[in-house]
Design a protein around this ligand. Sequence first.
Ligand SMILES: Nc1ncnc2c1ncn2[C@@H]1O[C@H](COP(=O)(O)OP(=O)(O)OP(=O)(O)O)[C@@H](O)[C@H]1O
Length: 250
Amino acid sequence: MTDAAIHLENLTISYGDTAVVHDVTFDVAEGESFALVGESGSGKSTILKAISGLAPDWTGTIAVEGKPRGHSPDRTFAETCQMVFQDPYGSLHPRKAIDTCLAEPLAIHGIGGRDGRVKDMLAAVGLDQRFRFRFPHQLSGGQRQRVAIARALMLEPRVLLLDEPTSALDVSVQAEILNLLKKLRREQGLTYLMVTHNLPVVSFLCDRLAVMRYGRVVEIAGVDALKSGQLSDPYSRELYAASGGILHPA
Ligand SMILES: Nc1ncnc2c1ncn2[C@@H]1O[C@H](COP(=O)(O)OP(=O)(O)OP(=O)(O)O)[C@@H](O)[C@H]1O
């Protein structure tokens, strides 16, 4: 086993009889921010789901922080690895106050220190303490995504899986959330594996990227190759051209 934060080896993932991710191998180093890019349906989200235990049918190796993932549900995994979704409503219960939403992971895992941790995480994501007693529908999209990020951090995971974390937000709010993710990574030494369609987001937040097509990784490159238009695979270059070249930090 490697000492990578995320280690994927010969990962193949199926829905029923259909394999949608084929033989994917890569490592994400401790503290690295790594992007999965590629056209819709190329298998990016499915990889995040398999790592977080939401896609049961896979073969190969998945290890997070040196711990191989099995096929059955594994609650201890949640303490090392959490997922943030595109739509924060997915992880927030509409009728539960933010305070309850945030404390829930601690209750599930039998961990104490509830109030202090809720306050700390609200502060970490830049929300005033009065948000504790509000409900998801009373928040803006950006505020809800801040809460979803705070919730993902409640168990002090080392790794965040980010599935298009800003694409449901207005452009000005996207920039705020990207700045927040950058700050949290710096402050907490987090590792990110992020799915995005947005190459400027990759150039702003990531160190490396894997380009996926039809369920396979066609290229892994450093973000400098992206910024300077030096991606080598023809399909990667197509994606780059379609993005209008480079690429203004969000
Ligand atoms: N629950 C499911 N059941 C059956 N097939 C699925 C399921 N979820 C995804 N798929 C299929 O798996 C393939 C990969 O989907 P996936 O969502 O991982 O792609 P993606 O690259 O993340 O796309 P997008 O950028 O649109 O989110 C697609 O062909 C999709 O139709």
